[in-house]
Design a protein around this ligand. Structure first.
Ligand code: UDP
Length: 313
């Protein structure tokens, strides 16, 4: 297949490119590097089936493809709060551009939404039928609400134009190529633990997250795109292995063999208290479930961070 990966230079996008190219697909990456990084695709620079275009998806893109994966958006809280307007516009105007492209080409479309669409959830674990509990004017709303808007727009293209579009809600994902500066919990904790600095826990650390290793997540994206007859379907992708942030800090200190302490700081505004995907739908319809344990995934991520300074920029 000819595949467009919008946001292909990002953390998850770059792993998706690896996976698609390994299976013989031709890949075009469009990325404006607002949070994506050139180093993530450096190892594929000479690949004959990869084309990288520096492009902002809020502008029209002229390519011929069969599949469009839309992963283009800042996605970490620090990343989207640093670029709130760009996050809004990318998910609104950028998604519209890509939907128009898909419609014109008759291409299959996969929109990557987020567990943030559920906000600070009142239903636990979160299933796809839950409407969410989102603060529409809070500091996270540039991401939550623009992703919700983009989901809605995608569904209109399914209803109005029979576009073959699917939506995936990605829960917290980690692994090699996590940006050490994007403020996410795992890169922050590993960087601190390795340098003997305190691990900063926001709030009392009782808030939970369910962490999915990137190879599992990419396999899920591939399955949702590949399967026929899924137009208009929404799937959670994530690992239901729920942990508190305090537990995560303790595990990372131990796995890094670190003497770092844990330091508590005030909670972030609107920080979701609990987050855990219900993955029964994707498991029963598509047979997908994560296979990499938190401990194994963290080990591989810690190794990546250990080699980070020596990797090509
Ligand atoms: N967190 C933390 N210390 C950090 C970074 C994050 O305690 O250095 C907490 C954060 O408050 C949240 C959780 O870890 O409860 C996950 O945060 P992250 O930024 O990775 O993503 P989120 O799931 O909030 O989108």
């Amino acid at each position: 297949m000819r595949v467009l990966v919008a946001g292909g230079s990002g953390f998850i996008g770059s792993h998706l490119c690896d996976s698609l190219l390994a299976d013989g697909h031709s890949v075009i990456v469009a990325d404006n590097y607002i949070t994506g990084r050139k180093r993530n695709l450096q190892h594929l620079a000479d690949h004959p089936h990869l084309t990288i275009i520096e492009h902002d998806i809020t502008n029209p893109l002229h390519v011929e493809v069969d599949w469009i994966f839309h992963l283009a958006s800042p996605a970490s809280p620090v990343g989207y709060m640093r670029h709130p307007i760009e996050t809004h516009v990318t998910n609104a105007v950028g998604t519209h551009q890509l939907l128009q492209l898909a419609q014109r080409l008759g291409a299959r479309f996969l929109f990557t939404s987020t567990s943030e669409a559920y906000g600070n959830p009142l239903e636990h674990p979160q299933s796809e039928t839950y409407f969410g509990n989102v603060n529409p004017v809070g500091p996270r709303s540039c991401y939550d609400e623009s992703k919700r808007y983009a989901e809605s727009l995608t569904m209109e293209y399914v209803r109005q134009f029979n576009l073959d579009a699917r939506i995936v809600r990605i829960f917290n994902t980690y692994g090699p190529r996590n940006d050490p500066n994007d403020g996410r919990v795992i890169p922050n904790f590993i960087t601190a633990a390795k340098s003997g600095q305190p691990l900063v826990v926001f709030g009392d650390g009782s808030q939970t997250r369910s962490l999915c290793y990137v190879s599992d997540l990419v396999r899920g994206l591939r399955v949702v795109m590949q399967e026929p007859e899924l137009a208009g379907e929404v799937f959670n992708l994530g690992n239901p292995d729920e942990r508190t942030i305090l537990e995560l800090a303790t595990i990372i200190i131990e796995q890094c063999g670190s003497r770092s302490q844990i330091q508590f700081e005030p909670a972030r505004q609107d920080d979701p208290e609990r987050r855990c995907p219900n993955i029964s739908k994707v498991r029963s319809m598509l047979g997908w479930e994560p296979t990499v344990s938190l401990e194994d995934g963290l080990q591989a991520t810690i190794e990546y961070f250990s080699a980070y300074e020596t990797l090509p920029v």
